[in-house]
Design a protein around this ligand. Sequence first.
Ligand code: AMP
Length: 397
Amino acid sequence: MKILVINAGSSSLKYQLIDMETEGVLAKGGCERIGIPGSVLKAKGNGKEKVFERDMPNHKVAIELVLEALHDDEIGVIKSMSEIAAVGHRIVASGEYFTKTTLVTPEVQKTLEEKTFELAPLHNPAAATVLRACMEVMPGTPMTLVFDSSFHSTMPEKAYLYGIDYDDYKAYGVRKYGAHGTSHKFVSQEAAKFLGKKPEELKIVTCHLGNGSSITAVDGGKCVDTSMGFTPLAGVLMGTRSGDIDASAVEFLARKKGMSHAEIVTYLNKKCGVAGISGVSSDFRDLIAGMEQGNERCKLALDMFNYQTKRFVGAYAAVMGGLDCIVFTAGIGENTPFVRQGVCEGLEFLGVKLDLAKNAERGDGIRDISAEGSRVKVLVIPTNEELVIARETAELL
Ligand code: AMP
């Protein structure tokens, strides 16, 4: 069975065609600059790469081009559309409307479009547009919605509620939903497999550290708390996002800077985080290089990131009443020894002991970077959100 996985952004569309028998990727690629001059599809298949420089005024044209690439003479991997058993769509926000992977029906589509857009104004409308386009060009092919927040739906009320008027929570759905759920789910399951244990036996803190970062407490295979909130602005400071900040400071800043509500939220999402602190970059490679050249603010940004991540690890060990494993994943988690060391330093009292040489090594696949005798295992696990989406879609079928 072949499953097409679609991950749509406001001006981008990434895809993978996955063979579920082997869980191997048959073809993959991404459209960039959709709706902007200079749009391009970079596609891989048959071990080759091809660039399609084509005008893509909207997501429908983009998905048509993706299907063309899948049928292409050189890089194509299918002969007919009927080979695609289903399409799994990544959806960022579900609110309380969806708690698990859902087969698309007219009713489901209506809820997605009418209820969830304001929860993720950049991502959900783009995903819904792509869903519509797919349904038009692939009529009869089952479609699923796989939500970033589903894995977090097991959080207890005491973890996901904010201290606001309960009636307002009920009326408006303002609560913590979390994000990166497919990644947290995947790496926590991979960690259990790697350790030869059942997920039910383990207390794991998963650190998805990328341009957006979130930390999750996974107790017995289920999410019990996570650092992102109502939106992905919450938790640790990130590339350009502030992370947690006193709501009164937001109002104060907006007044001082003469910004509207919308402007201050954009500022907190786009101008803050490690980019704002360092004044140099949101990219951790630049920050490490800056620190190595003696830039104090790059060092400060990195120290803040490590400190805040560690704070969540400690808090979540307390929440779960123990800790068996810390997992690092995503761009920074998989590639930045300085961050992994900074997060683990000082956690010896919890039984965490890092092997500094193993931590400094590069490598593929799952790596155990804990020192011999470390009670808590520290693992680096490459994330694979597309595979989770494909697995969930196949399961639902
Ligand atoms: P992601 O959002 O998971 O794609 O992660 C993106 C971030 O990971 C980038 O902004 C970089 O800061 C970081 N990153 C990616 N690759 C590396 C690397 N080789 N070394 C250090 N940081 C990296």
